[in-house]
Design a protein. Structure first.
Length: 173
């Protein structure tokens, strides 16, 4: 299977803010009252990174997100906790070499992703409370320089600049 076939068969579209391709696959009929408004109890998506769109921009969500590796290459995640600690996790199929089949990114944590070689990686994400664009913040140069100056050089390739894609700067190994 190729990335183009997955995009066609799963009816994926370019993600409007984060990079990669996606399609929402589930929205709970149940709702939950949160301190930031009413949200669906749970939502889920397919998310695809490809050689042409190999990275997800640095962003954070209010909700917890569980990532599940479906097929293809591994994905490297850079995570920044609310306290400012930076860590790296690999979501992928090779659990004998430390990759994880699932990855939890708690609400409030910053995350960026990058395809680790290969043509593509298909993952699924489950978001609880359900995803809402009002709960999603894309990092800017100013945010990173103000809050994470020690990590700026590492994070710069994962920043979105005024509608100009930085995907070309995110290299796969």
């Amino acid at each position: 299977m190729t990335a183009a076939e997955l995009i066609r068969l799963l009816q994926l579209e370019p993600h409007p803010t984060e990079g990669g391709y996606f399609r929402r696959t589930y929205e709970s009929a149940l709702h939950l009252a949160c301190k930031y408004g009413e949200r669906k109890l749970l939502t889920s998506i397919y998310y695809l990174l490809t050689q042409e769109s190999p990275g997800g921009f640095l962003h954070r969500n209010r909700s917890d997100i569980l990532h599940y590796h479906q097929c293809g290459a591994a994905v490297k995640y850079l995570l920044i906790s609310p306290e400012g600690s930076l860590s790296e996790r690999i979501l992928g199929p090779d659990i004998t070499h430390g990759e994880s089949l699932q990855l939890l990114v708690p609400g409030g944590w910053w995350k960026a992703s990058r395809l680790c070689g290969g043509e593509y990686s298909l993952i699924s994400e489950a978001v609880a409370p359900g995803f809402d664009y009002a709960d999603n913040e894309i990092a800017t140069d100013e945010i990173v320089q103000q809050h994470f100056p020690a990590f700026y050089d590492l994070l710069a390739p994962y920043l979105k600049h005024d509608g100009n894609s930085t995907h070309e700067r995110i290299q796969t190994p």
